[in-house]
Design a protein around this ligand. Sequence first.
Ligand code: 13P
Length: 344
Amino acid sequence: SYTQYTDSQTQLMSIAKAIVSPGKGVLAADEINATMEKRFSGIGVENTEENRKIYRGLLFSATNSQHSLSEYISGVILNHETFHQSNEDGVSFIDVLQKNGMIPGIKLDQGVTPLVGTNDEVIAEGLDRLSSRCSEYYKLGARFAKWRCVLKISENTPSELAMKENANVLARYASICQQNGLVPIVEPEVLRDGDHDLEKNQKVTEQVLSYTYKALMEHHVFLEGTLLKPNMVTAGQSCTKSYTAKDVAKATVTALQRTVPAAVPGIVFLSGGQSEEEATLNLNAMNQLEMVKPWRLSFSFARALQASALKAWQGKSCNATAAQAELLKRSYANGMATQGKYEE
Ligand code: 13P
């Protein structure tokens, strides 16, 4: 029926709602090993499985005398490697997260591959065997998933082909997740590379999101049981004009109003290379705007939650507590920003 929810739909809705409950958001800790190479080389740490395990272990168990991570973090996205790792006491990371009150999620895309015939555009892969992978991760405790598609702004991109095909792959992924009890986080990321202005990014983001929701509709995806992970609408990284957090907030909320159905319970932004403070201020500005916002606006940051923590850690166990304090500080700040209450 179109008005009554099935049990599985009710479950998907309650997971999605929990992830975006007020004051909370998602920690994205699902970086592939090539990305960890970049993060670790920045602090002079060797990119080994053991070091990745130590680092993620300290993130997931972050507490101080007064606060624990789960006060601000509802869910954590893991990759396949981390999903099967345990901490030094032999407790699996899944158990660590669940015991600390956080929902484990799994990254399901398997990276991007060229879309031949386009101007260097790409499509995300990973649909083969996806249903059985979903059911295995569900059995192990995952309750949500993420799939990232990438779109690039240039004079003649994103092409219609890239927008259409990436939207379709996201919709297939979302449908397969829901059949297996996982809430799909749908991530069509418009990259910040380029010197385009805010208006250009807004237009492209609106187009990309329109293609995305058309495809989700065509695939009968249950929108109430999904979350969207978009880019914030910002100017390109090398744009010479400057904009305030309020400009970014208005452009972002306008783009979302025009394209994201009110049935979607929440929008969890990626940080996309913004500084920690910038990402927090932009999210806070959105939540302070007096505009129609039928969805919760929250975060699913990787870099904007981890940059200070990584820097404080430096690969040394004696710095673990300091690194955890940095993660807690950013998580608290972003938790406040989800309610428009962040103060610098
Ligand atoms: P950033 O917040 O570093 O952009 O990463 C979020 C993410 O998970 C991208 O898929």
